[in-house]
Every structure is written in structure tokens, then in C-alpha cells.
Design a protein around this ligand. Structure first.
Ligand code: ATP
Ligand code: MG
Length: 159
């Protein structure tokens, strides 16, 4: 069933506002008002709760976490929805980037100890994006921040 993307993300940000406020982290969104997509809302919620929570967990006090959404036209006129979740956080070392989507992988235990995570979040995100016939990528710079990009079909494929 169609998901109204901006209302959906707005309600996710409301759920996360308390956690973010404790670290004086501000949450931002930039999403076209009229955008609807066909997707399983529970799965979408798991994807973006994980990414946004990571953004909050791995960003120092006073930082920013932002989600931006737009549509793009791909091969044979298929429309896709591009989500970017970016933060002004601690970043991920280059050598760890290829492994962060593996189950239980965490970038050195010292730095992420406080967040008490299990290292499963991103492996679940990867799995859910695959189920949706989507793509997932990450760019990061140590001490500057991290951006995850997810591209999903606007309409569900008929199998
Ligand atoms: P869980 O999500 O299961 O509670 P987790 O957050 O440690 O635990 P993942 O979400 O899979 O696990 O992330 C894996 C690791 O990647 C994290 O431990 C952290 O080191 C790193 N990481 C993930 N997102 C970010 C981010 N936005 N900025 C910096 N490091 C990140
Ligand atoms: Mg996580």
C-alpha cells in the first residue's frame, strides 16, 4: 500500500526526538510533500530507524542528522526513490567501510561501547534493502561525518 514518505519520516523523527535532544542533536528532513511510494511500511521503518539511530549514536553532542529524499529516473523509465541519511558524526575508518554491513561487525569496541549495540543493525538494513530490490551505499570521512544512500523502487515490481 502507498506510503506518504514525508508523513512517514516525520513520525519516525518524532519517535527519535527525545534521544536526540539528550545529546542536543537536531534532526532535519528534506522531502517532497507529494511523494508516495509502494513499500512495506514496517520494513521501511526498520531500515530508517536503524540508520537514523546510528546517526544519533555515532554523532557527538550538538551535531546534526539529516534525511533527504528525492526521485530519480533510471533505465527504461523506471522511477526510483533515493534516500540519504547523513550525520556530522565521528565517521568510519576507510578500512572498516567494506565490513560494516556484516552481522555483528562493530568498528573498534572502545568507540562504540557506550551505545551498547550488537552490530546487527546494518546487516538487517542490507537484508531489507535487498528484499525491496534496492541498493545501499556509504561514504564517510573520519571526524566529519557519514552518509548512507539507499535507492528503492517507487513502485513494487510484479513478480
Ligand atoms: P545495533 O544497531 O545492532 O544496535 P550497532 O549500531 O553497533 O548495533 P550497526 O548498526 O550494524 O551496529 O553498525 C555497525 C558499526 O558501524 C557500528 O558499531 C559503528 O561502529 C559503525 N557505524 C554505523 N553507523 C555509523 C555512523 N552513522 N557513524 C559512524 N559509525 C557508524
Ligand atoms: Mg546500529
Amino acid at each position: 500500500s502507498p506510503v506518504h514518505v514525508s508523513s512517514f519520516i516525520e513520525s519516525l523523527l518524532e519517535k527519535l526526538n527525545n534521544v536526540a535532544a539528550k545529546k542536543r542533536i537536531t534532526l532535519h528532513m528534506d522531502i517532497p510533500d507529494e511523494l508516495f511510494m509502494e513499500a512495506d511500511e514496517d520494513k521501511l521503518q526498520q531500515i530508517f530507524l536503524n540508520l537514523l539511530s546510528n546517526g544519533i549514536n555515532y554523532t557527538l553532542d550538538g551535531g546534526k542528522v539529516k534525511i533527504k529524499v528525492m526521485t530519480v529516473q533510471r533505465e527504461n523509465d523506471t522511477e526510483r526513490v533515493v534516500f540519504t541519511v547523513s550525520d556530522t558524526g565521528i565517521g568510519i575508518p576507510k578500512k572498516d567501510l567494506p565490513r560494516i554491513f556484516e552481522r555483528f561487525y562493530r568498528v573498534d569496541k572502545g568507540r562504540s561501547r557506550n551505545s551498547g549495540g550488537t552490530g546487527l543493525g546494518l546487516s538487517i538494513v542490507k537484508h531489507l534493502v535487498d528484499l525491496h530490490h534496492g541498493t545501499l551505499s556509504v561514504e564517510s570521512e573520519l571526524g566529519i561525518g557519514t552518509t548512507f544512500t539507499i535507492e528503492l523502487p517507487l513502485l513494487q515490481q510484479e513478480e
